[in-house]
Design a protein around this ligand. Structure first.
Ligand code: C2E
Ligand code: CA
Ligand code: CA
Length: 744
């Protein structure tokens, strides 16, 4: 629709222009009619848009609308007579004043559309661009017109007559500069309005030049120019106003930068012609040249400043990017990428890998923001501990590294010690330890293996009880290799039935009778013989096989239990649950299935959980255990007393049985304190209405003390070691294992 209107306007203009040339007799009539129509319609269009729109648009269209209304007034004041008689009378003073006001409105409208660039340098550049163009254009008009005009009239009235075209030249300069700072790709109202003003001023200048030099054939073109500029301005609101960043004056293109110099070239061209003709310059021309030179230099200076600022900010930006690419966002330490590049480039003596112990528990229980806070503090302490001697880095998660450039193994150990000490100091948002693995260049195969070797050493440190460091060496390499092999073999063992379950009877201490046993997994390795669970369960956990093993023990024990209960219907079995299994989300379903398959009541089964293994997510573990308990299964808290939150566990978990750890029982015979402690725990357990089992009873003296203190049940080598199922005595007619000799 708008496109068609635009095309129609061009066609109409073309016809009018042709008419102006072809019919000189009626050209005044045609011109007057066109001008009256264009300006009046324009005023209506603009004011309608002003009423309909808001904010900036309303402001712009009000100003331009008023300008067109003034223009229309000036045109109509002479146009009606001219259209009627074919002769245009001179304008009244009022009409002339209003006509000048129209010009002022048009310029104001044009200026109100764009916004100045931000920053003083950008604004200065815009002003200087305007000055350059204005000085050159006004100078050119002056040089071109003053002499011929002062020959026609007196120099003083020539000055007055010249003020109008010189002003127009200034406005033209401003319009050109404004245009140069706008995107040329979008047809916005900015371009239309400014284009209209450019056309208007150019026409005005051409008209003056035509008059002064008496060039008659220019007159129809001048009339056409006025009609076209009025038409352009009238239709401006049909194009959209520039929005947002588009409004900002910014000469982006080459074209935009060159525009202010086009008038300069014209000025110089005219000046050169005059010099060649041997004419002298008056003081005004010299002034214009001086101002022009100053403006050009000013603009160049600002441009240089702008460029310098731009390249400075580019450099800063590049530096920021480089920093971000090489550093961890949370802690600000170097990241893995930076560490590996430094490893390849810098002199390196050792690499430390620092892994927090129990960080996951912090994240799970205290939340991620606490976890983040902890990591930031740890990073800070790491930085302080390392100082100038190395490069600390965060590899991801709770894993950190330190690259040490100089020194030997002793220095690396000292650094590890310093880091562990610093991390152990109070003030962290949560208590965590760390395990450190050290790999030295001297002991490494090559640099590429440093990270891997430090990782293996760290793993070993973690396995050796956490809070320690370990240096990578050949022995460790062998150990790691063994573990790798063990993991592979374990998968085979599980599939080929090399695992079996041993049972250790739980005994009623007073009577010596046993109606319960604990299921303990065993691995009969085809070459190495029996491997104790403490040696292969951690490996199984790393290989992700622990859950499978526990599930297998559960089903095997359930089958065994069903068989034994045919002889002794009161018999029960306890199975151990690893944390991995407990949090796997399968325990409840597995237990229910095992019970159902062998038609066992829930109370025939007990599950044992160790407190040290539960820390990570106590609430989730409690939920799972409550569901297990709902099946009738009893819950036993294993190794009671060795962890540090025994009482919390007792309070939070649905416990039925407490197994007091072997270490307490061992001390009973000679340590009085141990005895007091044991008694206190026992009283506590009884007060809570729970059952107590003493673990690791090895000597008759211990048995006597346990009986004296009122402990009901026990388990240990004194009664029986864990044995294969066929050796477990079931039913009333079994020999009492070694109990006969057990006299207190
Ligand atoms: P636990 O649950 O505390 O099991 C008791 C451990 O004490 C067993 O070691 C047992 O052989 C040992 N023991 C029993 N009586 C005595 C004694 O009088 N003196 C001494 N010094 N030791 C005694 P075992 O069978 O080597 O198992 C070690 C640990 O491995 C278990 O500790 C348990 O935490 C874990 N475990 C064993 N079987 C399984 C299983 O099927 N699943 C899971 N998740 N863990 C298991
Ligand atoms: Ca146990
Ligand atoms: Ca135990």
């Amino acid at each position: 629709m708008r496109r068609r209107l635009r095309h129609a306007a061009w066609v109409a203009f073309g016809l009018i222009q042709m008419g102006l040339y072809a019919l000189p007799a009626s050209s005044v009539v045609l011109y007057s009619l066109c001008m009256m129509v264009a300006t009046t319609a324009g005023a209506l269009v603009h004011l309608t848009y002003a009423v309909r729109s808001h904010g900036h648009a309303r402001r712009v269209w009000t100003i331009t609308g008023l300008g067109l209304a003034c223009w229309a007034f000036a045109e109509i004041s002479v146009g009606i007579t001219a259209a009627g008689t074919g002769y245009a009378p001179p304008r009244s003073t009022l009409a002339t004043v209003i006509n000048v006001a129209a010009f002022g409105f048009a310029v104001a409208g044009m200026l109100s559309i764009p916004t100045a660039p931000r920053g003083a340098a950008g604004k200065l550049r815009m002003v200087f661009d305007g000055l350059v163009a204005a000085c050159a254009l006004m100078g050119a008009v002056w040089v071109l017109l003053f002499d011929p005009l002062s020959q026609i009239e007196s120099p003083s009235s020539a000055v007055i007559d010249l003020s109008y075209p010189v002003l127009a030249a200034g406005v033209l300069a401003i319009a050109m500069v404004l245009l140069s700072g706008q995107s040329l790709h979008r047809r916005t109202a900015m371009r239309v309005v400014t284009g209209g003003v450019v056309l208007l001023t150019v026409t005005l200048l051409v008209e003056v030049i035509g008059n002064v030099f008496g060039i008659g054939w220019l007159i129809p073109a001048v009339h056409g120019g006025y009609i076209a500029s009025a038409g352009l301005l009238a239709l401006a609101p049909l194009a959209p106003l520039p929005q947002g960043a588009e409004r900002t004056w910014a000469p982006a293109s080459q074209f935009g930068n060159v525009v202010p110099y086009v008038p300069v070239v014209i000025f110089i061209g005219i000046g050169m012609t005059f010099v060649l003709q041997g004419r002298s310059f008056d003081i005004e021309t010299v002034l214009a040249v001086v101002m022009l030179v100053v403006a050009v230099f000013g603009r160049q200076f600002v441009e240089l400043r702008l460029n310098a600022a731009l390249s400075r900010s580019l450099a800063a930006e590049r530096e920021r990017f480089a920093h971000e690419a090489a550093h961890d966002a949370l802690t600000g330490l170097a990241n893995r990428h930076k560490l590996t590049t430094e490893l390849a480039r810098e002199p390196v003596s050792a690499l430390l890998l620092v892994d927090l112990d129990g960080f996951k528990a912090v994240n799970d229980t205290l939340g991620h923001s606490a976890g983040d806070e902890l990591l930031v503090t740890v990073a800070q302490r790491l930085r302080e501990a390392v100082g100038e001697d190395g490069l600390p880095a965060r590899l991801g998660g709770d894993e950190f590294a330190v690259l040490i450039r100089h020194g030997d193994v002793g220095d690396a150990r000292a650094m590890a010690r310093a880091i562990l000490d610093r991390l152990a100091e109070p003030g962290l948002p949560a208590v965590v330890g760390a395990s450190v693995g050290i790999a030295t260049v001297a002991g490494a195969e090559d640099r590429d293996h440093l990270l891997h070797e430090a990782d293996m050493a760290m793993y070993e440190a973690k396995n050796n009880g956490k809070g320690t460091y370990r240096v990578y060496d050949r022995e460790l390499a062998v150990l790691a290799e063994q573990r790798r092999r063990l993991q592979a073999e374990l998968a085979v063992a599980l599939a080929e039935g090399q695992l079996f379950v041993a049972y250790q009877p739980v005994v009623d201490l007073a009577s010596g009778a046993s109606h319960a046993a604990e299921a303990l997994v065993r691995w009969e390795h085809p070459v190495r013989g029996p491997i104790p669970p403490d040696d292969f369960l951690p490996t199984a956990e790393d290989a992700g096989l622990l859950v499978e093993i526990d599930r297998w023990v559960l089903t095997a024990a359930a089958a065994q239990l069903a068989e034994w209960r045919r002889t002794d219907p009161a018999y029960t079995i306890a199975v151990n649950l690893s944390v991995a299994y407990l949090v796997s989300g399968r325990v409840v379903e597995d237990v229910r299935a095992a019970l159902r398959e062998h038609d066992l009541p829930g109370e025939a089964l007990t599950v044992e959980v160790t407190e040290s293994s539960l820390i990570a997510d106590l609430d989730a573990a409690a939920t799972t255990l409550r569901e297990v308990k709902a099946l009738g299964v009893r819950i036993s808290l294993d190794d009671f007393g060795v962890g540090y939150s025994s009482l919390t566990y007792l309070r939070k978990l649905p416990v039925d049985v407490v197994k007091i750890d072997r270490s307490f029982v061992r001390e009973l015979a000679w340590d009085n304190k141990a005895k007091v402690l044991f008694k206190a725990v026992l009283d506590l357990v009884h007060a809570l209405g729970l059952t107590c089992v003493a673990e690791g009873v090895e000597e008759p003296r211990q048995l006597g003390q346990l009986l004296a203190m009122g402990c009901a049940r026990g388990q240990g080598y004194l009664f029986s070691p864990p044995v294969t199922a066929d050796l477990v005595p079931i039913g009333p007619h079994r020999p009492r294992p070694r109990m006969a000799s057990a006299t207190p």
